[in-house]
Design a protein around this ligand. Structure first.
Ligand SMILES: NC(=O)c1ccc[n+]([C@@H]2O[C@H](COP(=O)([O-])OP(=O)(O)OC[C@H]3O[C@@H](n4cnc5c(N)ncnc54)[C@H](O)[C@@H]3O)[C@@H](O)[C@H]2O)c1
Length: 359
């Protein structure tokens, strides 16, 4: 088992990563001084697989536990779902000291986190992420949110959990496409911060895809460590944390112009390739590195060529993205594998040329 400490002063907490550790949930909460009542927020898919295990662990540690369910899907990460959960929390007698446990992927983590941040002005939250993406990314850093109308992830709060338990054995029940999408985020971490990690991924991708527990524990821990370090230096997303958006500037535009036929993980992957090609075109990164990144994403089962899309529409969509400042599109560009920087000085003509060549 690995433990990563996220150092955020009074909001510090630990991330526990290992196989079969969900059953330690109750005892770990008790060690932190919590007792009495706990509420698990999950969805029907995850409840069926792991709900009883977590409930039992909390019961064994003396917690009186309630389980609340939200239907599965991004569309339920909403104010309406939050409203229903507030009502159910009140009916179940949840108090300021009641711990909310978010058991599920990023959708449940964001929604339950938002509810924990706002119910009675904040109750303790524990994150129990069950997808590769949520274990490596969304459960770390305290961003909680719901969607509302056109505002995706824009209604929310920064709210750190009291602990996170990432049990890698639960990744065995994930669908292939969820696993592949999560791998895209893992590769993103290597590119933005850690060349040795990138080499590890190149060497061990087959083991990772075969769900080898040692390899999974390593990639979740390494990604969590990188994200934790970035969050420690920019908890409230005022600057450095933006490097986590590597691949996302073009990614959101591709997702949106494709009518969401290209799913998020695939869009981010193809856009990491696009961004690397932009850096290549500008002589910022050498083409050997662009080829290595493309090959790794390809081998992981991720998209490295753009689908048939209208490049003008993608350009237009990028101009509407929240990463646009004073009319200029902000890019996170790789300098080399393991190092990126932010710039709003990329000419639209270069972006257009690269996107055109990638279709
Ligand atoms: N807060 C952040 O910093 C942050 C960062 C990145 C993404 N996000 C958010 O995360 C969300 C995406 O998260 P996600 O990719 O985990 O998707 P998700 O939560 O929708 O989960 C994907 C699917 O896997 C199922 N599932 C979950 N765990 C499972 C398991 N162990 N076995 C079998 N099935 C399982 C879910 O029921 C769901 O159908 C988006 O809403 C995104 O905005 C947040």
């Amino acid at each position: 088992m690995k433990k990563i400490d996220v150092r955020l002063g009074p909001n510090s907490y630990s991330i526990h990563i290992g196989s079969g550790i969900l059953k330690q949930t109750g005892i770990k909460l008790k060690e932190l001084g919590f007792q009495d009542k706990a509420v698990i927020i999950t969805n029907p898919v995850v409840k069926k697989l792991y709900g009883a295990l977590v409930e039992q662990s909390l019961g064994d540690a003396g917690f009186k536990t309630t389980m609340l369910e939200v239907p599965d899907g991004e569309q339920y990460k909403s104010l309406e779902s939050a409203g229903k959960l507030y009502q159910q929390l009140a009916e179940s007698g949840a108090e300021r000291s009641t711990v909310i446990l978010a058991l599920g992927g990023g959708v449940i983590g964001d929604l339950a986190g938002f509810v924990a941040a706002t119910y009675m002005r904040g109750v303790p939250l524990a994150q129990l992420p069950t997808t590769l993406l949520s274990q490596c990314d969304s459960s770390i850093g305290g961003k909680t949110a719901v969607n509302h109308g056109l505002l995706k992830n824009e209604i929310g709060a920064f709210y750190q959990p009291v602990m996170t338990i990432a049990d890698i054995s639960v990744l065995k029940t994930l669908s292939q496409s969820e696993l592949t999408g999560g791998l895209g985020e893992v590769i993103k971490y290597a590119v933005i911060k850690d060349k040795d990690f990138f080499v590890y991924l190149e060497k061990h991708l087959d083991l990772i895809k075969a769900l080898d527990e040692g390899a999974l524990e390593t990639i979740v821990a390494k990604s969590a460590q990188i994200k934790a370090e970035i969050v420690e230096s920019d908890e409230k997303d005022m600057g450095l944390r933006n490097i986590l958006n590597f691949g996302h500037t073009v990614g959101h535009a591709v997702e949106s112009v494709s009518g969401f036929r290209v799913v998020h993980g695939q869009a981010v992957a193809v856009c990491m390739v696009a961004t690397a090609n932009i850096a290549g075109e500008l002589d910022i990164m050498d083409y050997d590195s662009v080829i290595r990144l493309t090959a790794l994403l390809n081998k992981a089962g991720l998209m490295t060529k753009l689908p048939q899309l209208d490049v003008q529409q993608v350009m237009q969509s990028m101009r509407f993205d929240k990463k646009v400042r004073s009319g200029k599109i902000r890019f996170v560009l790789p300098r080399s594998i393991g190092q990126v920087f932010m710039t709003d000085d990329v000419s639209p003509a270069v972006v257009e040329k690269v996107l055109g060549e990638m279709i």
